[in-house]
Every structure is written in structure tokens, then in C-alpha cells.
Design a protein around this ligand. Structure first.
Ligand code: NAD
Length: 274
């Protein structure tokens, strides 16, 4: 992993939705590396089990669970299994999310061509998936009066990115609900539950590679060039660049950090372009 952060998460149980994805699989490994028992939840059950298997082979206890974050029933049956096999839930990372080409404008797909169904899918996955998983696993935290929840926002939440209409709105909603949940949990249920978000800058992954890099040549697309020009550090982020903040938010080092949205973006969000 190329980093050696001293965060002690022994005896903690971490649940990650979208845990088979690029970012959350890396986070799951980092959390396990700090001693946490890990539940890797993903719609792609086999991929989730593969991530868990890798962790069991190298780091410690992990289970893979097939889950649809848009189904409360599916989340509840995952919770039953986690409580049975891992005992509790201390940390929830709401990582299931992302964009879809069908909900993105392009020369071939104008704003007027976008279907309600495709726009709704992206809004629901990012926003509703975060809210429902927080209901299901937050309940366990409320009972024990302790917990850490981390949502995943995006640069698209601060100022919308061109083309990604639904994703930008969805991530703005994720940032907004992060603040709402932090306040609500403290006011109504527990002063010991913290809800924060990370807002990663631009990383190259499967969901955005087609926008940032030319498939054939591997060269930056004009959009990719624009991203790099707008990132004062002049490079894309790597999954590893997110792990320090995630471990920080999971640990007591961040005991007074609540309702925060932390940009991990090489100063993209700080730069006006002038
Ligand atoms: P990814 O596509 O690799 O991972 C997302 C995972 O979510 C996949 O494994 C997918 O199977 C799973 N998933 C999809 N629908 C689901 C559902 N209904 N129920 C359960 N799981 C479901 O994406 P990633 O790049 O690792 O992104 C993880 C999060 O980080 C997303 O919220 C994404 O929007 C956000 N993010 C990514 C970037 C980036 O540059 N990659 C930047 C900012 C934010």
C-alpha cells in the first residue's frame, strides 16, 4: 500500500458498501491493515468475496456479502449476517456510487435525450444508497452510542462538472445529507456518532476513464487536459491518496471532526482557474 499509518482499529468492525470497487477495496484493505474486521458489501457478490478472500489471506478477518444498497431488505439481511459473524458495526463507509454514461451528455446524447430513468438511477444510487445504508447500519451505532460514518462525495458536488448532470446533483446531495446526518444523529441519538465525507478529486477508474483518456492512444482527452490544468498539483489522485484521510476519520484522532466534507483533490476545489 506504500503507507504506514499508525491507526489502531483492533476490535472495530468496518462495513463498506461498494466494497468491491476500486476505491473501497483499497479502503477495506487499509482498514483491515489497521486491525479492523471488515465486511465488504457489493452488488457484485463474487467480487466482494474476492476482496474479502484477499484480506483474509494477508491481513485478517473479512467477509464478502452480496448487497443492493437500494433495497432496505437486502441491507438488513447483510446486517444480520454481519452481527452474527463479526459481532457489531463501528464504521460504515458508504462507497456504493458512481456515474453512468447514459446519464451524461455527449455529442451523441444531448440534454434533451436523457431519460428520466437514467437520471434517476444515478441520483438513487449515490443519494438513496447512502441514506438507506446509514439507516440500517446507523441503527446499530445508535444502540451502542458510538460510530463513524464516512460518505463519498466528489468535486462535482462543489460546482457541477460539465456533462455529468445527474452525478453532480447526486453528489451535492451526498455532501448536503452528510451535514444533515451529522447534526441529526448528535441532536437526536448520540453525541458519539460522527458523519463525515471525503470528496476525492480526479482519479482514473473504470467509471471515468472513457471521459479522461483516449482508449486507443492512452493520451489525455481535452477533458483530461482540462482536469490536469485545473489541478494545481498537476496530476491525478491515486486510491492510496485517500487512505490517510479515511483512517484519520475512522480513528480518535478526528474525535471532534463531524459534518465535514474533506477535499482530497490536489487543490482542485481551491483553484478558481485564475
Ligand atoms: P467503482 O465503480 O469501482 O465502485 C463502485 C462499486 O459499487 C462497484 O463495485 C459496484 O459493483 C458497486 N455498486 C453499484 N451499484 C450498487 C448497488 N446498488 N448496491 C451495492 N453496490 C453497488 O467506483 P469507485 O471509483 O471505486 O468509486 C467509489 C465511490 O467514490 C463512488 O461513490 C464514486 O462516485 C466516488 N468517487 C470516485 C471518484 C473517482 O475518481 N473514481 C472520484 C470522486 C468520487
Amino acid at each position: 500500500m506504500g503507507m504506514d499509518l499508525q491507526v489502531d482499529l483492533r476490535n472495530k468492525v468496518a462495513v463498506l458498501t461498494g466494497g468491491a470497487g476500486v476505491l473501497c477495496a483499497g479502503m477495506a484493505e487499509a482498514l483491515a491493515g489497521s486491525g479492523a474486521k471488515v465486511a465488504v458489501l457489493d452488488l457484485r457478490e463474487e467480487a466482494a468475496e474476492k476482496v474479502a478472500q484477499e484480506i483474509r489471506a494477508t491481513r485478517g478477518l473479512a467477509i464478502g456479502v452480496g448487497v443492493d444498497v437500494l433495497s432496505k431488505q437486502s441491507l438488513e439481511s447483510a446486517r444480520s449476517r454481519i452481527l452474527l459473524e463479526l459481532g457489531t458495526v463501528d464504521i460504515l463507509i458508504n462507497g456504493a456510487g458512481g456515474n453512468m454514461p447514459q446519464a451524461t451528455t455527449s455529442p451523441e446524447r444531448s440534454f434533451f435525450d436523457l431519460t428520466a430513468e437514467d437520471i434517476r438511477k444515478v441520483l438513487e444510487l449515490n443519494f438513496m444508497g447512502t441514506v438507506l445504508a446509514t439507516q440500517v447500519f446507523g441503527e446499530v451505532m445508535v444502540k451502542k452510542n458510538k460510530g463513524v460514518i464516512i460518505n463519498i462525495s466528489s468535486m462535482a458536488a462543489y460546482t457541477p462538472l460539465t456533462r455529468t448532470i445527474a452525478y453532480s446533483a447526486a453528489k451535492a446531495a451526498v455532501s448536503n445529507v452528510t451535514q444533515w446526518l451529522a447534526v441529526h444523529f448528535n441532536q437526536e441519538y448520540s453525541k458519539e456518532i460522527r458523519v463525515n465525507a471525503i470528496a476525492p478529486g480526479f482519479l482514473i477508474t473504470d467509471q471515468n476513464r472513457y471521459l479522461l483518456m483516449d482508449d486507443a492512444t492512452g493520451e489525455a482527452t481535452p477533458r483530461g487536459q482540462a482536469v490536469l490544468a485545473a489541478t494545481p498539483m498537476g496530476k491525478y489522485g491515486r486510491m492510496e491518496d485517500l487512505l490517510g484521510a479515511v483512517l484519520f476519520l475512522c480513528s480518535e484522532a478526528s474525535s471532534f471532526v463531524n459534518g465535514a466534507i474533506i477535499p482530497l483533490d490536489g487543490a482542485f476545489s481551491a483553484y478558481s482557474g485564475v
